[in-house]
Design a protein around this ligand. Structure first.
Ligand code: MOS
Length: 734
């Protein structure tokens, strides 16, 4: 059989196979599903951030036109707690009692014949509260703090001794504002019960988890729940939990014995589906004057909801980012009266990378060394925590290629040395060592009499190209054209898949598809094992290759036959094979599984009198292992770089003193517009990763990380001002 890892870095830039459907409106998103007799739900949310509900009057709503029911904590049935998932416990069910833990907590759901009637009646629900003073702000001394909440704190070497003995003792604190994911597609749930089973269309990045959550909460076997997400209007991490509104939609449908649709409003998206928590980090680094990093101590505090959990692994990447002999990390979570945060766009890494790569830039200035040179001197040739070789690591190539394309060598070292009229110009860079996330994945591949293949997997395409890369990979493995491969995704009844998140689905799914394709070819060879009329009779997998829809002898392309001929002769409609890949290494391989690496280079222009910051150039060189599709991969990276610009300069979820989100619309919450985004340069470097048969490492998030630090470092180079707090708004530069 053909080598799975083709040795090629870049896969063909095939257009998205779902693209036409999406731009012509033919791709059904969760909110597009409708059923006859479907009712519509609208949420009523708390207008205080802490306290209890004193009284709740639904009489006016209940007599409003079209209203079918109003569900509150007074009439909601008790539900079981949701499951623990690998990104933390399920969200708290908000109608369990009369307590209010954050502004925007769901306190009632109104169900009516039309969405307008439901929304109208939701305004008629009268709620009175006994209000308590909310606990807000990451540094609030009244906030209960969990220490080492994820059990991920780490320590290697004697950090304190190494810091004390260092010539350069760096010790600074960084702050990041909370941010909100804001996928374009409003999150929606459509639930329909039939004979004790429920079908749910939900804005989930993880159909298998949604199925498990709904089954657990409603006391059903998983086989009685089907979650469908063939298309999703973006996720950014917001779809990695089964949120209370989804549970409420399923509950309403069960209580009414009718299908129910619930679509969040944009303001509700700010309170109901997570956000990046506010965070504070203290970073201590010891270095020699000739640029050797001796020790790092990284402490981070992020926020969480009052009685909830969220995993924000801010310090996770630090110990292995550079070859420091000693490293320690400390994680804290402060509980506030805020909506529970959740995964958002490289959760943890994005924040940690901002602090770490800003710190390296600062140290480079303290010792008078080029920032890129400092990174090269401390490059981790082997995986620092284990001493094992990396499964792949082209970070040096990222630096080299990125620097060449950006023109780094022409940069004057001195801050404030570039100017264009009133604009101060600066250039900065950052390195990125991203963690690998991997999980078990299954897939099924079949080939029928028409010679075409079908790939099926429960994982979902959140708009990143999963359909396309799956078709491309299956086509390559089976010797077919991409057009001959159909892909079914986003259905929890299909073979189990992990989340479309953590930059992990392409890695997991490619392994499963590779295994399934291999098993399928084996099944074809088994079929002709004793077949005298087949030139493939008695042949094994390692003796054959596949091209042009034919299996043939590897050393004699004329000796073979096509799939259809085999099926035909043996009276088979199709052959089907299952595949599975767990994240363990290939046999006998002693290596540290690497995630993606990147180098980010930024040029900014800062108006000397007004403090306006414009990003004028951004270049990213990425090692993501083998890239299955150059076009979708580049789109992922440039999308991520835009998110990085947002994080650096614009995005901030503003809580007012009462715990209300003051900018919960896309008019008020700032994200980069076209005028904020320069031409973005992306280069892929490296080669196929050794840990995964296909060579993929995953690249959903790596393009975000490092961009805020590269921009902040460029701002420093332009102005001489070091800003350790995001976003870098103009007030911080005046
Ligand atoms: Mo991402 S925050 O893992 O969807």
């Amino acid at each position: 059989m053909t080598a799975v890892s083709s040795g090629k870095l870049l896969g063909e830039p095939v257009d998205r196979i779902d693209g036409h459907l999406k731009v012509t409106g033919g791709a059904p998103y969760p909110s597009d599903f409708s059923y006859p007799d479907m009712a519509h739900a609208a949420l009523v949310q708390s207008t205080v951030a802490a306290g209890t509900i004193r009284s709740l009057d639904t009489a006016g709503a209940l007599v409003a036109p079209g209203v079918l029911t109003v569900i509150t904590h007074e009439n909601a049935p008790a539900l079981a707690e949701g499951p623990m998932t690998n990104i933390g416990p399920s969200p708290r069910f908000p109608l369990a009692d009369n307590r209010i833990l954050h502004h925007g907590q769901h306190v009632a759901v109104v169900v009516a014949e039309t969405p307008e009637q439901a929304r109208d009646a939701a305004r008629l629900v009268r709620v009175e509260y006994d209000e308590a003073a909310p606990v807000l702000g990451v540094g609030n001394p009244d906030a209960p703090v969990l220490t080492d909440p994820y059990g991920m704190e780490s320590s290697r070497g004697d950090v304190e001794a190494a810091l004390a003995a260092s010539d350069v003792q760096y010790d600074e604190t960084f702050h990041m504002a909370p941010e909100t994911n804001n996928p374009l597609g409003l999150f929606a749930t459509v639930a329909r019960w039939e004979d004790g089973r429920v079908t749910v269309h939900d804005s989930s990045q993880w159909p298998a988890m949604a199925r498990q959550s709904i089954a657990t909460v409603f006391g059903l076997p998983e086989s009685a729940v089907r979650v469908l997400v063939p298309y999703l209007g973006g996720g950014f991490g917001a779809g990695l939990r089964t949120w209370p509104h989804a549970i409420l939609a399923v509950l309403a449908a069960r209580m009414l014995e009718r299908p129910v649709k619930l679509v969040l409003t944009r303001p509700q998206m700010f309170t109901s589906v997570g956000h990046r928590p506010e965070s504070v980090q203290r970073l201590r680094i010891g270095a020699t004057t000739d640029g050797r990093l001796l020790a790092v101590d990284h402490e981070a505090t992020a926020t969480r909801g009052a009685e909830e959990m969220n995993i924000e692994p801010i310090t996770m990447g630090t110990p292995d980012a550079y070859a420091w002999p000693s490293a320690a990390t400390h994680d804290r979570l402060a509980a506030l009266n805020i909506p529970n945060p959740g995964a958002m766009r490289a959760p943890g890494h994005a924040e940690g990378g901002f602090a770490l790569e800003s710190a390296l830039d600062e140290i480079s200035y303290r010792i008078g060394m080029d920032p890129l040179e400092l990174r090269l001197r401390n490059h981790a040739e082997v995986h620092p925590s284990t001493g094992l070789p990396w499964s792949s690591n082209a970070l040096r190539d990222c630096y080299r290629v990125g620097a060449e394309r950006f023109g780094w060598s022409a940069r004057p070292a001195e801050p404030r040395s570039l100017r264009d009229g009133a604009w101060l110009v600066g250039q900065g860079m950052a390195g990125v060592t991203f963690s690998r996330w991997a999980a078990v994945c299954r897939a099924q591949v079949s080939v029928g009499r028409d010679g075409a293949a079908l790939v099926r997997c429960a994982g979902t395409d959140i708009g990143t190209g999963t359909y396309t890369i799956t078709a491309q990979l299956a086509a390559e493995l089976l010797g077919l054209d991409v057009e001959q491969v159909r892909v079914e995704l986003g259905d929890s009844d299909l073979p189990l898949a992990p989340q479309s998140g953590g930059s992990g689905l392409a890695l997991a799914l490619s392994g499963a598809v590779e295994d399934a394709a291999r098993n399928l070819l084996r099944a074809f060879l088994d079929t002709v094992r004793d077949d005298d009329s087949s030139p493939l009779r008695g042949r094994s997998l390692d003796e054959v290759a596949v091209t042009g829809g034919r299996i043939h002898l590897a050393n004699d392309p004329s000796a073979g036959e096509d799939y259809a001929a085999i099926l035909d002769r043996h009276g088979l409609r199709e052959l089907v094979a299952d595949g599975e890949k767990d994240p363990s290494p290939p046999e006998g391989l002693s290596m540290a599984p690497a995630g993606a690496f990147a180098a980010q280079f930024a040029e900014v222009r800062v108006h000397e009198e007004l403090g306006i910051v414009r990003v004028s150039r951004l270049a990213s060189a990425v090692d993501a292992g083998r890239v299955l599709n150059e076009k979708t991969a580049r789109s992922q990276v440039i999308g991520a770089m835009v998110l990085g610009i947002g994080m650096a300069l614009l995005e901030e979820t503003s809580f007012d003193a009462g715990g209300r989100i003051a900018n919960a619309t896309l008019g008020d919450y700032l994200i980069p517009a076209h005028a904020d985004v320069p031409d973005l340069d992306v280069a892929f470097v490296g080669g196929p990763d050794a840990f995964n048969a296909v060579g993929v490492k995953g690249l959903g998030e790596v393009g975000v990380v490092g961009v805020p630090a590269a921009i902040a470092n460029a701002v420093h180079h332009a102005t001489g001002r070091r800003i350790r707090s995001l976003p870098i708004t103009l007030d911080k530069l005046l």
